[in-house]
Design a protein around this ligand. Structure first.
Ligand code: 3H9
Length: 699
């Protein structure tokens, strides 16, 4: 619950708010602040007040955990603190350090003055939680910073650094030395200068660009399709121009409450905590030793290998990129250079930085040359025999303590660890997602024999590489790709039954997926999974339904964008999918051969049939312990497969839909189709009226 203390520094009363780790406004804290404010008002020796955060000084805003549970009736809230500050006869200065976000910034905006240490970030990130600021931020910020800056901060949720915030008029001073000393000195200056002390609420919002709302609305319609919160943020800022201050605050509050009650907000709040829970891994703690990774090597210079090498270079870690084929190596280096040049051209990176990063990648042609590196990632062709051979050689050339990781996306990493018995504690999977230098997801595949030290080292490395690392157990396809199988299987069936690639893709992008599955297949290349299907054809049960559509496309050399044709066709140099009558004819042929009567299929059926297999397999993965939590599965699908964050991920979406409804639909589909056996965990939770979140809570 935390508290607040009042100390006097001469004529300045310093209120320190203390609620570790980030001084969030939990129940009890607003009451404590009000009490200290009242004491400062009553103390004749106090002529000005400084409000600051204890610990590292952050003000993270409202306590996100408290949302959705009733606020104790007798307890004041942040919205009682804000008018009390504004009523203060003595000028109040907010002294900010670290982060000042959400309700934290709203409290600071109600103060007469704001100062901050140079590294402070100030922002209104509420949109990322599915609602606009709800304590006057949308009304005060445009009055202080101007409408354009406020709109960008509130709609996008992106914070400003202290220098920018000062320039925008949000901060009155940036302090380079000791913040408390600076704050007390600043407050004394205000005492000397005397009244009046300005309040944001008394100003008029300044609008420079009358087109800004229309332009932002148009941008949001494209970028935030299906979501309410970004538009709600825009509406609140518009209100600041249209209504007097107090009415504007009331309107903001009504919009805030409407959004807070939405499924979108519940989902986004879930993701906030899921992103933090994923870092907690049983058996790994602060005391687990972590090895320093100062150099690395990547074996195989294909698309994945070069993307992984780029990740290391981006993190400033020297990396050797090995391929025995000099041409492949040359192509990889050219692609890496072109990728960096593109970033320089788009203004994302300085030319010198790009050169420095390219300089960290050393091409090598023999496996022996990986010797001396701390970590080697094998990224060769997805074939067990080949990987085993690489592992054997690596075992003989790598340093004793080096970690060997496989970037396999499906294969048995336990078996690879068994190849190198001496170092099986230092073998695990690091499954990057393509393009590796862009995608944030990293599945860290925990073998049965991996040591806590190796796991902790790779998790820490994942963070250094800018990835969200999710621990997965060993099984075919781990978390993400194992679930993907049922999804793509239904795509094939739906095509045969009458849906076109465009209809399938539109139904799923309409749901919120970043891309539809046919367009994704064309982007990733259809030949990779074709090769896998051919290799595993003997394992398939011939009595089970199988769609040959994807195979037929590949037999025609339609591998996707790289061949100018896949589920769609592509004009040279363009990535825009164009529906292709040749594909429609091919699908109709396959359907006719299998005796399927084609029919019109609606978007709802497409969504249900593609997404319920994900939930069902997710339930098995959770039950088997392959994923540590349902929320980890959500993180995988949001960050690796374009599942909409605002729906909270696959498992959260299923919880929101109701597991009884999901279970009933799966059972119904199973009456007429193969592959719809409900997972035991799903059946159990549905019959008990429980959710995947209940499983996580009980763990
Ligand atoms: C709001 O203010 C609404 C108002 O407009 C209206 C009010 C009426 N609440 O991220 P970290 C926990 S909405 C509860 O690992 P970092 C977090 O879960 C709020 N808990 O550290 C974690 O716990 P654990 C608007 C919170 O240094 C621990 O603190 N504010 C909150 O990487 C450490 O967090 C935001 O959206 C919170 N508000 O990053 C800011 N914040 O150790 C949300 C953190 O048990 N917070 N925790 O896993 C952040 O963006 C980052 O946490 C922050 C620190 C940048 C502050």
């Amino acid at each position: 619950m935390g508290g607040a203390s009042l100390e006097r520094e001469g004529a300045v009363g310093v209120i320190t708010i203390d609620n570790p780790p980030v001084n969030a406004m939990s129940p009890g804290l607003p009451g404590a602040i009000l009490a200290r404010l009242a004491e400062a008002q009553a103390d004749d020796a106090v002529e000005a007040v400084v409000l600051r955060g204890g610990g590292k000084g952050a003000f993270a805003g409202a306590d996100i955990r408290s949302f959705g549970t009733p606020w104790p009736e007798s307890e004041p809230t942040l919205r009682d603190v804000i008018p009390a500050i504004e009523r203060s006869a003595k000028p109040v200065t907010a002294a900010l350090a670290g982060y000042c976000l959400g309700g934290g910034l709203e409290m600071a905006l109600s103060c007469h003055y704001r100062i901050a240490s140079r590294k402070t970030q100030v922002g209104q990130p509420e949109v990322a939680l599915g609602f606009p600021p709800g304590a006057g931020g949308t009304q005060r910020l445009p009055r202080l910073a101007g409408v354009e800056t406020a709109l960008a901060m509130i709609v996008d949720g992106t914070p400003l650094g202290a220098a920018e915030a000062a320039e925008a008029g949000i901060l009155d001073r940036v302090i380079d030395g000791d913040l408390l000393e600076g704050a007390v000195a600043f407050a004394q200056e205000r005492i000397a200068a005397g009244a009046p002390h300005p309040l944001a609420r008394d100003r008029t919002p300044l609008l420079k660009d009358p087109e800004i709302f229309a332009a932002t609305r148009e941008r949001l319609e494209r970028r935030a399709r299906g979501q309410r919160a970004p538009i709600a943020c825009l509406e609140c800022v518009e209100v600041a121009l249209e209504l007097p201050f107090d009415e504007g605050v009331r309107r903001e509050r009504a919009i805030f409450e409407e959004c807070m009650a939405s499924a979108e907000s519940r989902a986004l709040r879930h993701v906030f905590f899921a992103e933090r829970a994923v870092r907690k891994v049983p058996g790994i703690g602060k005391e687990t030793p972590v090895r320093a990774i100062e150099s690395a090597a990547v074996v195989g210079a294909g698309t994945m290998g070069r993307g992984i090498a780029t990740c290391f270079a981006n993190a400033g870690i020297p990396v050797r990129l090995m391929d025995s084929d000099p041409l492949a190596l040359e192509r990889a280096l050219a692609a890496i250079r072109s990728d960096y040049e593109g970033r320089v051209a788009r203004g994302r990176l300085g030319a010198a930085d790009a050169e420095a990063r390219i300089g960290l990648i050393e091409p090598i042609e023999s496996l022996e040359r990986v010797a001396g590196t701390d970590l080697v990632i094998e990224a060769v062709f997805e074939e067990m025999a080949l990987k085993e051979e690489v592992f054997r050689t690596l075992d003989s050339v790598c340093d004793e303590g080096a970690i060997i990781a496989s970037n396999t996306s499906y294969l048995d990493v336990n078996r690879l660890a068994g190849i190198v018995p001496r170092r099986r504690g230092r073998v695990l999977g690091m499954h990057f997602f393509s393009p590796a230098q862009v995608m944030r997801l990293l599945e860290v595949v925990r073998t049965d024999s991996v040591s806590p030290e190796t796991l902790a080292t790779v998790l820490a490395l994942g963070r250094r590489l800018g990835k969200i690392a999710v621990v997965a157990g060993v099984c075919h396809g781990f978390i993400g790709n194992r679930m993907l199988e049922g999804y793509t299987r239904q795509v094939g069936f739906l095509l045969e039954e009458g849906a076109s690639p465009v209809e399938i893709d539109s139904a799923l992008t309409g749901f919120g997926m970043a891309m539809g599955p046919c367009a994704v297949g064309d982007l990733a290349g259809l030949d990779v999974s074709w090769r896998k299907r051919k290799a595993n054809a003997h394992l398939r049960d011939p009595s089970e339904r199988y769609s040959a559509v994807a195979d037929r496309l590949c037999e025609l050399g339609r591998f996707g964008q790289k061949t100018g044709a896949g589920y769609y066709r592509y004009e040279p140099g363009s990535r825009t999918p164009i529906p292709d009558p040749e594909v429609d004819a091919l699908i109709a042929d396959v359907a006719a051969e299998t005796g399927i009567n084609r029919r019109a299929i609606g978007a709802d059926e497409i969504v249900e049939r593609c997404l319920y297999p994900l939930v069902n397999e997710g339930a098995r993965i959770l039950d088997e312990g392959i994923a540590l939590r349902a929320s980890d599965i959500d993180i995988v699908w949001i960050n690796g497969y374009g599942f909409p964050r605002w729906r909270g991920g696959v498992m959260r979406w299923a919880d929101e839909t109701g597991l009884d409804a999901v279970h009933a639909a799966i059972a119904r589909l199973g009456e007429s189709q193969d592959h719809w056996e409900p997972a035991p965990l799903l059946s159990r939770l549905a019959s008990e009226g429980k959710s995947f979140a209940d499983v996580d809570r009980a763990a």
